[in-house]
Design a protein around this ligand. Structure first.
Ligand SMILES: *Cc1c(COP(=O)(O)O)cnc(C)c1O
Length: 390
């Protein structure tokens, strides 16, 4: 017996419930295909929505920056980690969003856990959609503000909540495109009730920036949010995240966001690759990749509809859930599709609510029409054998 034996019990308990997590190893990438545990498969589980993660423009930009800056940033942003590459990127991201200023963080998780505690604290309140991402939940917990969770997309409940108490400051936070459901928040209505209550509005645009909204600019700025979080590791194809907002807010974050102050800066080459990515996203290449993405999304949703599965045909986001329900059954679906050469990762609680384990299909501009057709054939097989109930 040792003091660490409890982990065996916890892992065994997860295993018994079909909930133990593990990883598969990726050995390479070409387009939407990945070399997974030694075998090429088509991935429908990547957030590389525009297929930019392996674009030659990004690779060349990273190489050139590495020749100048080396590999690591070597210190936090406030010590010597602020290179010309990250400063230029921040200027360009702010211009892209039509916002006053931007600040890059090491990841979306770091942005949310740094930002929220910088906005609210004891005596304040955060209103948070029940399906918000774990990094928002953790940011709320770290802030020590009171957290009021409102029903998914329930503006009425939010409005009543905002009117119901006395707090120093109020913050409303929602994703724009929800990461596990692919639906969109009613941001205009949320912005209206937040403004009426004199509350700050924060929008996490992680799954939208680059891929969705006018010109790929997401939805947060258009809705008039006070602060928007975008990620770089999804449609932009690199790594990291950023906050867009007023210059005084950014100045405040330089002093108060602990995940920025106490963490090593992003590698300069990643910043350079992101600048190359942003040029593509904001230009004709981005527009045409978004058009391909919309076509593939539509192909999946129409195909599901034909199989008798619930699919919101009016949605225009790259995330398409197929709720299986049971944890083990969702994993069995993933295994069956893997046999057919496709990766569609099962998403289980606590990432999603109990009883809603699902296949999360993530579509990319890098997918071809025949690849999506194969996916739909694979799913049809799962419906026929009863693993997915239509
Ligand atoms: C992915 C995601 C994050 C975290 O971003 P990382 O850069 O992966 O840490 C934050 N918020 C939402 C809504 C996300 O989907």
């Amino acid at each position: 017996m040792t003091a660490l034996d409890f982990v065996d019990d916890e892992l065994a308990a997860l295993e018994a419930r079909g909930r133990r997590r593990g990883v598969r190893v990726v050995g390479g990438r070409r387009g939407a295909e990945i070399l997974l545990d030694g075998r090429w498969v088509v991935s429908f589980s990547s957030n590389d929505y525009l297929g930019l993660a392996s674009a030659p423009e990004l690779i060349a930009a990273a190489g050139a920056a590495m020749a100048v800056h080396g590999v690591g940033a070597s210190a936090s942003r406030l010590i010597t980690g602020t290179t010309d590459e990250v400063v230029e990127l921040e200027r360009e991201l702010a211009a892209f969003h039509g916002g006053p200023a931007a600040l890059v963080f090491g990841s979306g998780y770091a942005a949310n856990t740094g930002l929220i505690p910088a906005l609210v604290g004891r005596g304040d309140v955060v209103f948070s959609d029940e399906l918000n991402h774990a990094s928002i939940i953790d940011g709320c917990r770290l802030s020590r503000a009171e957290v009021r969770v409102f029903g998914h997309r329930d503006v009425g409940e939010l409005e009543r909540g905002l009117a119901s108490g006395r707090w120093r400051r109020r913050l409303v936070v929602s994703e724009s495109v929800f990461s596990m459901d692919g639906d969109r928040a009613p941001l205009d209505a949320i912005a209206r009730v937040a403004r009426a209550a004199d509350a700050l509005l924060m929008v996490d645009d992680a799954h939208a920036v680059g891929a969705c909204g006018e010109g790929g600019r997401g939805y947060g700025m258009a809705a008039g949010a006070d602060v928007v979080v975008g990620t770089l590791g999804k449609a932009f194809g690199t790594a990291g995240a950023y906050v867009v907002g007023q210059m005084r807010l950014i100045q405040h974050l330089w002093n108060r966001a602990r995940s920025l102050v106490f963490s090593t800066s992003q590698p300069p080459a990643v910043m350079a690759a992101t600048r190359a990515s942003l040029r593509l996203v904001a230009g004709d290449a981005g527009a045409s990749r978004r058009a391909s993405l919309r076509a593939r999304e539509r192909q999946v949703r129409l195909g599901l509809h034909r199989l008798g599965l619930p699919a919101r045909l009016e949605d225009d986001t790259p995330i398409i859930p197929i709720v299986v329900g049971d944890d083990r059954q969702s994993v069995a679906c993933t295994e069956a599709l893997l046999e057919l050469g496709m990766l569609v990762q099962a998403i289980r609680p606590p990432t999603v609510p109990e009883g809603t384990a699902r296949l999360r299909v993530a579509v990319s501009a890098a997918h071809t029409e025949p690849q999506v057709e194969s996916l739909l054939e694979g799913l049809a097989g799962l419906v026929r054998c009863g693993l997915i109930v239509a």
